[in-house]
Every structure is written in C-alpha cells, then in structure tokens.
Design a protein around this ligand. Structure first.
Ligand SMILES: Nc1ncnc2c1ncn2[C@@H]1O[C@H](COP(=O)(O)OP(=O)(O)O)[C@@H](O)[C@H]1O
Ligand SMILES: N[C@@H](CCOP(=O)(O)O)C(=O)O
Length: 320
C-alpha cells in the first residue's frame, strides 16, 4: 500500500476548505501504487483522488504533468484532470509536500489480460501519442537509457544478493542494448506515458474507461512506449511471452498509428531496453525502500526473465 504520508484529520479538513467540493464524507488511503501517497476522497459532491507527491517526482515538473492531463483530456482521452481550488490553483502543498486533487475515473484494471485488452491498449496508446502532439513543452526522460548505467552502479552489486551473478549479467545486457540503441532523433517522438502498466489502465464494460498515473510521462520515442507496454502486458505468467497478446497489441497500435520501418526495426532492442529500465528501478527500490514504508515492493526478477526471453526471441516474437 502506498501511503507514505498520513494526514491528521484537522489538516485535511483545512486543506479541503480551500475547494468547492462540499463536506468530506470519507478519506481512505489507497492500497495500490508505488510512487506517491494517494487517498480516495468522497465528498458531498464527488469522488476524487488526493495525491501527495513523494520521492521521484520533482516539484518543478508537476505543472508539466498536470498540463499534459488537461491537454489530453480536452482532446478526448479518458484520463484524470486536476481540480482547482477556489483560487484557481490545482497544484498546492500539504504535509510539506506538493499535492493535487484529480478527478476520479470509473472502472478497474483488467483482471485477466486478453487479446481484446491488448488490442484496446494498443489503440489507446497510439491515441495518446497522436493527441499529445499539440503539447509542445518537452520533458526529457529522466529514466531513459542515459540513466541506466548510473542506476545499476547505484545498486552496488546488491543484485547478486537477490540472484547470484545478476550484476554482471545486467552489465553485459546493458552494454548490448546501449550499443544498439536508436540514435536520438532517429525515431518519431513526442509525449509518451512511459508507465502504462495494467494497473494504470481501467476497463469498464469491456472497454478502456481511463488511463491514470502520468508521473513518468515524458518526451521520448513513441515506439519505446509501445515496448514498455509489450513488456508489461504480454507475459501472463512472468516466464513466458504470449505471442497472441503481442500480436494483438501491435495490431491495435498500428490500426491507429502506423509504425515506420525504422520503428519496426528498432522494436527488438527497445523491448530489451524497456525490460532493463523496469528491472533497474525495481532493483533500486528493492534495496532503498524503507522497511516501515507501507508499500508492496515489486519483483526485479520478473523483468530479468522478460529480458532473457527478448534477448533470445525478440525478432520471432515481434515478427520483424
Ligand atoms: N483518477 C483516478 N481514479 C480512480 N482511481 C485512481 C485514480 N488515480 C489513482 N487511482 C487509484 O490509486 C491507485 C494508485 O495510483 P497511481 O497513480 O498508480 O499511484 P502511484 O503514482 O503511487 O503509483 C491506482 O491503482 C488506483 O486504484
Ligand atoms: N510500473 C512500475 C512501477 C511504478 O508503479 P506505478 O504503481 O506507479 O505504476 C513497475 O511495475 O516497476
């Protein structure tokens, strides 16, 4: 459960008094999530999400994230929008942290990942990429390939305590991926979500009802975002890739936005890079999450297995 910061009742009521949301009925810490503290608010007028931004999110970047949500929602993407207080300001401070309320989205994450889910996800991701094109402000990807060596180094060999030989194996894989990574600017790029895992996609009545958690969003290659989703959605038992799910996601994506020949060619290295990126942040978090944090740590080895599968079989699985 990601509730790093409890809020005393009086402090919460004083904070909410700045808004036009009506009287508070309940406020519950939310069980899911890793990065930030989230509460579900129910007031006389609505349900909403109160987020206190923790660790990885830099305060000066929050206007970029909130602006992107507003931009995409205004163009028809189903995603949360920031709620302004009476003074017109959405980004505020609470418990010495930046904080914002965003609108509540109905639906819940898919239980079982089906081909239909992957097709829908591919389409939604492509729409995200196309609709983001009018959002001019850039946010470089702080967790892009340039950060991976530093992340591995900062784990100081701790990978070997999780699995003997992990650190040197990751060093080899990293060298291979970085040496084949597409040159900056060589692939179509724009605003990407960069963390569109199944827990960040809500479904209702078999259709996507919303995308959440924009706090890794950045300006990067569109095909890298697709590579992240292929990793996150297409390995039903962690140890095996499901070619039918991969095909469905690629077909859904291409139905909305065609992949260029350069993107198709780059996909095998992009999926390996995406596996490494989540492996490394999970490894870092495994070592650095305080023991008293109310959060479920995610298994780095799940992405080591994916990396191995892509290294052996990416071309065949992606049919490129
Ligand atoms: N706009 C929203 N509508 C409904 N539920 C939400 C919304 N935003 C977050 N949640 C709930 O909060 C959980 C954690 O949110 P998330 O943004 O993934 O947190 P974190 O950034 O800490 O990983 C989600 O899994 C979901 O249950
Ligand atoms: N999706 C990442 C961790 C970030 O968690 P989220 O709850 O913010 O999506 C992972 O699985 O490693």
């Amino acid at each position: 459960m990601a509730v790093y910061t409890p809020i005393p009742p009086d402090t919460l009521l004083a904070f909410l008094a700045e808004y036009d949301l009506g009287a508070l009925i309940r406020c519950e810490g939310i069980a899911e999530g890793v990065e930030n503290t989230n509460y579900l608010l129910e007031t006389e007028r609505c349900r909403a999400i109160l987020t206190l931004y923790e660790k990885r999110v830099r305060e000066e970047e929050l206007p970029w994230f909130l602006g992107l949500m507003n931009h995409l929602a205004a163009r028809g993407l189903k995603c949360p929008v920031p709620v302004a207080a009476r003074d017109g300001v959405a980004l505020r401070r609470l418990m010495a942290r930046p904080a914002a309320i965003t609108t509540f989205l109905p639906g819940r994450p898919a239980g079982t990942i089906t081909r239909a889910c992957c097709d829908a996800l591919g389409r939604s991701l492509a729409r995200f990429h196309l609709l983001g094109q009018g959002y001019e402000a850039r946010r470089p990807n702080g967790l892009g390939p340039g950060s991976w060596q530093g992340l591995l180094d900062s784990c100081e060999g701790a990978g070997d305590r999780i699995s003997p030989g992990l650190t040197s194996s990751l060093q080899t894989a990293l060298g291979h991926v970085l040496s084949s990574w597409p040159r900056a600017g060589s692939l179509p790029a724009g605003q990407i979500h960069a963390d569109l895992f199944p827990d960040n996609v809500f479904f209702e009545g078999g259709e996507i009802s919303g995308l959440i958690d924009f706090y890794f969003a950045c300006t990067d290659d569109f095909a890298y975002d697709l590579a992240i989703c292929l990793n996150a959605w297409c390995f039903p038992d962690e140890a095996t890739a499901d070619p039918a799910l991969i095909r469905a996601m690629l077909t859904g994506y291409r139905a909305v936005r065609a992949l260029s020949p350069a993107e198709e060619k780059a996909l095998p290295v992009l999926v390996q890079g995406a596996a490494l990126r989540f492996l490394l942040t999970r490894l870092y978090d495994w070592i650095n999450t305080p023991d008293d944090a109310f959060v479920t740590r995610k298994d780095p080895l799940a992405y080591y297995r994916r990396l191995g599968i892509w290294r052996q079989n990416a071309e065949r699985l992606l049919d490129v």
